[in-house]
Design a protein around this ligand. Structure first.
Ligand code: HEM
Ligand code: HEM
Length: 176
């Protein structure tokens, strides 16, 4: 398997980024919903810290992935079956990236506006002053962005199923 993307398929690193993000995200979304239902306790604080660390890791993963994408040309488009298909696919991918950044950045801003210092893995940072109104607003954004992510991922997977079973093209071979 090649390390770099080729004309027909993604390279090893792009595939790793894709499937690692998938595995971490399918755990992180239900974990977030589970977390908010818990009573206040030391265990909840511990779990929230894990949620935050995993979330910040997803942020870096997506950032490195996009830098890699910038320097390494993506495989060519799969043959179109209807007008606008390439545009829809690209828009779905673009919005997936935007939504992952929206979720992670809104989560980070919520905590920073609560007046907390965060561990960004490579450094630690906190705002000088808290602002609970903004903290609430970013948290609301965090929740809606998660619903948007669920909708986009569902569309993404539905498209792959249609490609595989209806169009019968080799789209899955590009990423597996
Ligand atoms: C959390 C779930 C997922 C996310 C966030 C996600 C995200 C993405 C993104 C952003 C791309 C575009 C890559 C690029 O930059 O060029 C992509 C491509 C792709 N993904 Fe996913 N993906 C997810 C799950 C899946 C699953 C479960 C499958 C298979 C059933 C899948 C199959 C594919 C395929 C085949 C492509 C290549 C599409 C093409 O080049 O036309 N993805 N995915
Ligand atoms: C892609 C990564 C992330 C996903 C998928 C995600 C998902 C979620 C979900 C689904 C919830 C539950 C929302 C609700 O129904 O109220 C939640 C809560 C929360 N998230 Fe995230 N999140 C991510 C990253 C982050 C980051 C980076 C931070 C902060 C640095 C963060 C901080 C929080 C906080 C503080 C809560 C509320 C927990 C509580 O009340 O105990 N999240 N998250």
């Amino acid at each position: 398997m090649r390390f770099f993307n080729s004309h027909n398929e993604y390279g090893l690193l792009a595939k790793l980024f894709h499937w690692l993000t998938f595995i971490v995200l399918i755990a992180q979304v239900p974990f977030g919903f589970y977390l908010v239902g818990l009573e206040f306790s030391d265990e909840r604080i511990e779990l929230e810290n894990i949620h935050i660390l995993v979330g910040i890791t997803i942020f870096y993963l997506t950032l490195f992935r996009l830098i890699w994408k910038f320097f390494n040309k993506s495989p060519s488009e799969t043959k179109s079956f209807f007008k606008g298909q390439v545009f829809i696919g690209k828009a779905n991918h673009f919005l997936l990236y935007v939504t992952i950044f929206s979720i992670t950045i809104s989560g980070i801003l919520k905590k920073l506006y609560m007046g907390e210092r965060l561990n960004f893995i490579f450094f630690k940072y906190g705002f000088e002053k808290d602002n609970f109104v903004l903290a609430d607003a970013y948290y609301e954004f965090h929740i809606y962005a998660n619903y948007l992510l669920l909708a986009l991922v569902s569309l993404h997977i539905l498209a792959v199923i249609v490609h595989h079973f209806v169009f019968k093209d080799k789209i899955l071979n590009k990423i597996t």
